[in-house]
Write a protein that binds this ligand. Structure first.
Ligand code: NAP
Length: 254
C-alpha cells in the first residue's frame, strides 16, 4: 500500500474514518470525502503528521455529480492517479413498513447509496482503465443479500450495490481493475443514530447485549482485499459479528 493513492467517501465517521486510519498506517496517501469538512480536515492533518503521508480532504456530497466531477478533474498532480476507490458513503434512514416510509428518506438513501456510488465510479474509473490497474471497494451490506422487516428501501439500495459490483467485474473484465463488494452485518458506528434521525438512546439499543463489529474490522478487510496478489479478486465478502447469524438472528445477552 505504500505510496498508493486511496480515495475514501464518507471518511468523517464510522467505517470510512477507520479505512482512512488503516490505509494511512500502511503508508497510503489519502483523498477524503464527506460533507462534514471539519472532521475530514482534522483527520487528514493528524494522519499526515502521524504517518508522513500525503492527504487532501474535500467537502463533497456524493449525490451531486457536478461537485464530484469537478473535484476529481482538478485533483493535484501528485494525487490524481487513484489506485483504490472506497465507495463507503451511505446510510439507512428510518425503519418503517413500506406503506409508511417517508419519501424524503427514500430519495436520500437511493441518491447516496446508489447514485453517489455510480457518480464516484463514473469519474474515477476512466483513469484506472487508462492505467490498467485499480481496486474498487463498494461497501454494501448483509441487507443486500437478505431483507429484514422494515428494511425495505435500504435493503433495496444495498442489493443494488451488490448487483452493480457484480456488473462492474463483468464490464471491467480484462482492464486490471478488481471490484469487491464488502457486505457487513452490524457495525457500531453513527449508522443507527443517522437511521433514527439523531435519537441516540434508540440507536444505542441496536448494539446492546453482544459485541458488534467495529469500523476497524471492516477497514482491515478492505486493506486485505487490496493487498492480495493481482491475480486474486474477492468479489463478494459477507462479514458479521460472531453473535449475528442473519439480518434478524442476533444472540443477545441482556
Ligand atoms: P456512519 O458512521 O454514519 O458513516 C457514514 C459516512 O457517510 C459519514 O462519513 C458521512 O459523512 C458519509 N455520508 C453520508 N451521506 C453522504 C453524502 N451525501 N456525501 C458524502 N458523504 C456522505 O455509518 P457507517 O456504518 O460507517 O456506514 C458506512 C457504510 O457502511 C454505509 O454505506 C452503510 O450503509 C454501510 N454499512 C453499515 C453497517 C452498520 O451496521 N454500521 C452495516 C452494513 C453496511 P457526512 O455526514 O460528514 O457527509
Amino acid at each position: 500500500m505504500k505510496n498508493k493513492i486511496v480515495l475514501i467517501t464518507g471518511a468523517s465517521a464510522g467505517i470510512g474514518y477507520a479505512c482512512a486510519e488503516e490505509f494511512a498506517e500502511k503508508g497510503a496517501n489519502l483523498i477524503l470525502f464527506a460533507r462534514r469538512e471539519d472532521k475530514i480536515k482534522e483527520l487528514a492533518k493528524n494522519l499526515e503528521e502521524k504517518y508522513n503521508i500525503k492527504t487532501i480532504a474535500y467537502q463533497c456530497d456524493v449525490r451531486n455529480f457536478d461537485e464530484v466531477s469537478k473535484i476529481i478533474s482538478n485533483l493535484p498532480e501528485e494525487l490524481k492517479n487513484i489506485d483504490v476507490l472506497i465507495n463507503n458513503a451511505g446510510k439507512a434512514l428510518g425503519l418503517s413498513k413500506i406503506q409508511d416510509g417517508l419519501l424524503s428518506d427514500w430519495e436520500e438513501m437511493i441518491d447516496t447509496n446508489i447514485k453517489g456510488l455510480l457518480y464516484m465510479s463514473k469519474c474515477v474509473l476512466p483513469g484506472m482503465i487508462e492505467r490498467n490497474t485499480g481496486d474498487v471497494i463498494n461497501i454494501g451490506s448483509i441487507a443486500g443479500n437478505e431483507v429484514y422487516p422494515n428494511g425495505n428501501v435500504y435493503c433495496g439500495t444495498k442489493s443494488a450495490v451488490h448487483m452493480i459490483s457484480k456488473s462492474m467485474n463483468v464490464d471491467l473484465n480484462g482492464t486490471g481493475i478488481r471490484v469487491t463488494n464488502i457486505a457487513p452485518g452490524l457495525v457500531e458506528t453513527e449508522f443507527s443514530e443517522v437511521r433514527f434521525h439523531g435519537d441516540q438512546d434508540k440507536a444505542k439499543t441496536v448494539y446492546l447485549g453482544y459485541k458488534a463489529l467495529e469500523g476497524k474490522d471492516v477497514a482491515q478487510i478492505a486493506v486485505f482485499c487490496c493487498q492480495l496478489p493481482k491475480h486474486v479478486t474477492i468479489q463478494n465478502l459477507v462479514v458479521t459479528p460472531s453473535a449475528q447469524a442473519t439480518t434478524t438472528l442476533v444472540h443477545k445477552v441482556l
